[in-house]
Design a protein. Structure first.
Length: 157
């Protein structure tokens, strides 16, 4: 059965509708849409791109980069990539005002990356897991309007 979805040159599906900075679909032709980013195949570069987006508060875009690596990752690394993707989605849900989604994804992501130790691929896995849990606890206690303190990510060279 042939797909009607628009695909890039690698066969990956594209989002046909533009999205706002929090990843919400917008009507075609709406001003203010984020640019769809052409992402590389290299996991190290995807990690770097995701960190850059995350540190700039563009959690939806970080999720897009890390999700690309997650789907292509070897089995031993899948939980790491899925976990950091889920943390980014958790912060996206916080920005959208979705407390339940934020708490769920922040905790789920923290649990996935915690087994990878202090640092994995130069990424501060333990710090991100701890920050995600603190953010989830704060949102659960004080509501989605509360400020959370996402960590500033630094990759080892």
């Amino acid at each position: 059965m042939a797909s009607d979805r628009d695909r890039d040159e690698r066969g990956r599906p594209r989002n046909l509708r533009p999205r706002d900075a929090l990843g919400r679909p917008m009507d075609r032709g709406t001003a203010g849409a984020i640019e769809e980013e052409e992402l590389p195949d290299d996991p190290d570069e995807l990690l770097r791109i995701g960190v850059e987006h995350f540190n700039a508060g563009r959690y939806f875009q970080a999720h897009e980069a890390w999700e690309t690596a997650w789907h292509a990752s070897p089995g031993a690394e899948r939980d790491f990539w899925q976990g950091i993707t889920q943390v980014a989605v958790g912060f996206t849900h916080h920005g959208r005002g979705n407390a339940t989604g934020a708490v769920t994804l922040l905790r789920r992501g923290a649990a996935k990356i915690e087994p990878y130790g202090e640092r994995f691929h130069g990424f501060p896995a333990a710090d991100v897991a701890a920050a995600a849990r603190r953010a989830a606890d704060r949102i659960e206690r004080d509501g989605v309007e509360t400020d959370v303190d996402p960590p500033e990510l630094r990759l080892d060279s």
